[in-house]
Ligand binder design. Structure first.
Ligand SMILES: CC(C)(COP(=O)(O)OP(=O)(O)OC[C@H]1O[C@@H](n2cnc3c(N)ncnc32)[C@H](O)[C@@H]1OP(=O)(O)O)[C@@H](O)C(=O)NCCC(=O)NCCS
Length: 432
């Protein structure tokens, strides 16, 4: 199997992100576009990169701004970059930044460009609130009416129920099931006990707190001066709960199945604002510009399953394909970074890796295997750090590569589950 890029290796040179903040808190006055601009500007400055070197910018977001839907182009139109940087936006739910990174990597591997920035941003504090269909139709008719009488007639068609606004739900359009309900279903189908979910969540907070205190996580985070007054600065993630205990977690009520459920606010990722970006280059260009890459993309794979089944289980189908494409097995990996939408999903995914039935579904005759917990999410994950949907994939990429370097490791794998029953896995490699 040829390695990704057919000999043209794609380097990840650097990555940076904004702090991740619980929605409605410190970053609430910044749009996803603002957050994207901030982290891309920081990436360019930290790497001392001339803007004229950048040829493409690919960005992901899940809840786009309806008046500026191509977030990538809006981010690219910043003073540090020339106007000729071509830019496009992608959406693959929670794996959107991964999609941005692999799209940029594909362009480099194809030889279409040598330097690209990829990432994503999300502001769940600023989701669009839409008019109902009845209200919108009346407004359109009124604006088209040729007389005042016609306008009034159109507006009189509005009924009280038409005033109820529509907000995007974190629910599957095909099944109506929310992410939380899906996690609940997976906990039941896979026998994931409440205490195991809470223990995993606690681990996420403890490890993220340690990574923040010793500077490993903080080093990946840019300070953000908070508008409108700019008199405070956010420097770290504000969802990490150092004071969390197993006892406290056990008292939290289930949110998505109040009677029989086990998924709580404590063992779910919170709604979050943030942005993250990485700098990609062809190996040759990185060398000629004098950069030492954090690592290289060895392989990647996407997969999908029926959203009505186990919505967040598709990483189990993507991971063996990515490993096969890299010519590696789980034992070869020094680190595994798994997006934590819910503890129930992480534990279901890990169980799926050990299952022959899931291996067969992915087309393999042996399971991926048991992930060594000492190699898994060693600085916590989305449960503690937070999960701005469009940005998470770039955060994980940066964290994985930086930690791989600190450990002098060679191979790392990341996985991300996403709405629509989608899953992603990528293998990265360091030259050792
Ligand atoms: C689960 C969810 C509904 C909880 O939202 P919320 O109620 O606003 O959550 P809060 O942060 O207010 O937490 C609720 C309570 O639990 C407590 N709590 C949460 N995490 C805790 C922890 N780790 N330790 C101790 N207490 C914790 C809070 O302190 C709060 O207590 P209070 O009511 O006494 O103040 C929301 O985070 C959510 O929708 N998450 C899922 C997002 C999603 O679907 N993402 C897609 C995944 S791909």
């Amino acid at each position: 199997m040829p390695s990704f890029g057919n000999g043209r290796r794609v380097a990840i040179v650097a990555g940076v992100r904004t702090p991740f903040a619980r929605a409605g808190t410190v970053l609430r006055s910044l749009s996803a576009i603002d957050l994207g601009k901030l982290c891309v500007a920081e990436l360019i400055q930290r790497t001392n990169l001339r803007g004229t070197e950048v040829e493409a910018l690919v960005f992901g977001t899940v809840v786009p701004n309806v008046v500026a839907p191509n977030i990538a182009r809006e981010v690219a139109l910043m003073p540090l970059l020339p106007k000729g940087v071509q830019a496009f936006s992608v959406s693959r739910a929670c794996a959107s930044a991964n999609q941005a990174i692999t799209d940029a990597a594909d362009q480099i591997a194809l030889g279409h460009c040598d330097v690209a920035i990829a990432g994503g941003a999300e502001s769940l504090s600023n989701i669009p609130v839409l008019h109902s269909k009845g209200f919108a139709e009346a407004l359109v008719q009124a604006s088209r009416a040729k007389s005042l009488q016609g306008r009034i007639k159109a507006l009189t068609k509005i009924r009280p129920k038409d005033f109820v606004p529509i907000t995007p739900a974190i629910a599957e359009p095909t099944t109506g099931e929310t992410m939380g309900q899906s996690a609940e279903k997976m906990a039941k189908l896979n026998d994931i006990a409440r205490v195991d979910q809470d223990e995993f969540a606690l681990r996420s907070h403890r490890l993220a707190a340690a990574g923040t205190h010793d500077g490993r996580l903080t080093a990946e985070i840019m300070p953000v001066w908070v508008p409108p007054k700019f008199d405070t600065v956010a420097t770290s993630d504000n969802g990490i709960r150092e004071d969390s205990t197993l006892e406290k977690l056990a008292t939290l009520p289930p949110v998505f199945d109040r009677k029989y459920g086990s998924v709580t606010a404590g063992n779910s990722s919170p709604l979050t604002d943030g942005g993250a970006a990485v700098l990609l280059m062809s190996e040759e260009r990185a060398k000629s510009l004098g950069y030492t890459p954090l690592g290289f993309i060895k392989s990647y794979a996407y997969a999908a399953l029926d959203p009505g089944e186990q919505l967040l289980q598709a990483p189990v189908l993507a991971a063996p394909v990515a490993l096969q494409r890299a010519g590696l097995t789980l034992d070869d990996l020094d680190l595994v970074e798994m997006h934590e939408a819910f503890a129930a999903q992480v534990l279901s995914n890990l169980q799926g890796f050990e299952s022959l039935a899931w291996a067969k579904r992915a087309g393999f005759d042996r399971p991926v295997g048991k992930v060594d917990r000492a190699k898994l999410n060693v600085m916590g994950g989305s449960i503690a750090i937070g999960h701005p949907f469009g940005a998470t994939g770039a955060r994980i990429t940066t964290t994985l590569l930086n930690e791989l370097g600190r450990r002098s490791g060679r191979y790392g794998m990341m996985t991300v589950c996403a709405a629509g029953g989608l899953g992603f896995a990528m293998i990265v490699e360091r030259d050792v």
